[in-house]
Write a protein that binds this ligand. Structure first.
Ligand code: 3HC
Length: 286
């Protein structure tokens, strides 16, 4: 299937950049959010990103303007869904919210539309049965910052059709990404499992007083060649996201070892979510 029209649900850090990736890739794209404020902030941030790419000589002005012209923003799910060939849901990592979004999308999109979730934790089988088209449901999981990171995990659930997998893999390639196919739904899929193992060890070393978090970050960068240390990465991804991922994983496995680390929970409870709130492990000037 040829994907021309995309709806992205959610205009947070992930949804907004996924929208721009799709528009830059030539798709007519709508970003939908229930919050007009969040949409306005996303529009401003994305045009800032585009302007900076143009200024750096990375993107011709004409291509930038054409991409922005293909990108629209709305608070109405129905409006964005009416012509969608594919939806990427990037709302909050809460199952009840995702299920109600998928049920609404099933009603509001054309019958041929693929319904994908950007969830990093919840396999799409958890939302597929809220729709009448489970074969057209899968995960299409981008990484933060979505404009930059090449990986997209395409995760099939047992009922996802081969046609859906092929279409989503091909779309990701056409957007300049490097998709990887995940054949089994396991919490965290592949990349977040790897990242989680490093983050858990980093939190343990920090909480045991072995080293300060800045020094642990320095070691990850200078000894292992990681672009960011695990604490910097938590601040980028959002401590709220990391916290909710662990809660969702624990809800699925029941394993106390999957609960958020107390040091992470303490920052979450203080509302220190990382870059987005100006304070997390580090402090940021907005
Ligand atoms: N949004 C969009 N673009 C950004 C950005 C952001 N937040 N931050 C940086 N960039 C762009 C810059 O504009 C620049 O673009 P250019 O090459 O066209 O000039 C490019 O990225 C490089 O930026 P900088 O030179 O300022 O900085 P770095 O070289 O340090 O790169 C980084 C920044 C790309 C964020 C790099 O540090 C990195 O790769 N970090 C690791 C990110 C990572 O691991 N992400 C995965 C997180 S896990 C996840 O998302 C899963 C989820 O489910 C939780």
């Amino acid at each position: 299937m040829d994907i021309k029209n995309i709806l992205v649900v959610g205009s947070g850090a992930m949804g907004s950049q996924i929208g721009l990736v799709a528009a830059l890739g030539g798709c007519t794209t709508t970003v939908q959010d229930i919050s007009a404020e969040s949409l306005a902030a996303a529009r401003e941030q994305l045009s800032g990103r585009v302007d900076s790419s143009v200024a750096k000589g990375r993107l011709p002005r004409g291509d930038a303007d054409a991409a922005l012209a293909r990108l629209s923003f709305t608070t109405s799910l129905e409006e964005g869904a009416a012509n969608a060939d594919l939806v990427i849901e990037a709302a909050t990592e809460k199952l009840d919210i995702k299920r109600s979004i998928f049920a609404a999308l099933d009603q509001a999109t054309p019958a041929h539309a693929i319904l994908a979730t950007n969830s990093s934790t919840l396999g799409s089988s958890k939302v597929a049965d809220a729709t009448g088209r489970p074969g057209k449901v899968c995960n299409m999981h981008f990484f933060n910052p979505a404009l930059v990171m090449k990986c997209v995990e395409v995760v099939r659930h047992p009922g996802t059709s081969q046609d859906t997998v092929d279409t989503v893999m091909a779309l990701a390639r056409s957007l300049g990404k490097a998709p990887v196919l995940i054949n089994k739904e396991v919490p965290g899929f592949v990349a977040n499992r790897l990242m989680g193992a490093i983050r858990d060890e980093a939190l343990r070393l920090y909480a045991d007083g072995v080293a300060g978090f800045e020094d642990i970050d320095t070691a990850a960068k200078t000894a292992l060649g990681h672009p960011m240390g695990p604490f910097e990465l938590m601040d980028l991804v959002g401590l709220d996201v990391s916290y909710l991922i662990r809660q969702a994983t624990h809800a699925e496995t029941g394993d106390p070892a999957d609960l958020p680390h107390p040091a992470l929970a303490a920052l979450y409870e203080e509302g220190r979510y990382g870059r987005k709130t100006g304070k997390g492990w580090y402090s940021y000037d907005h």
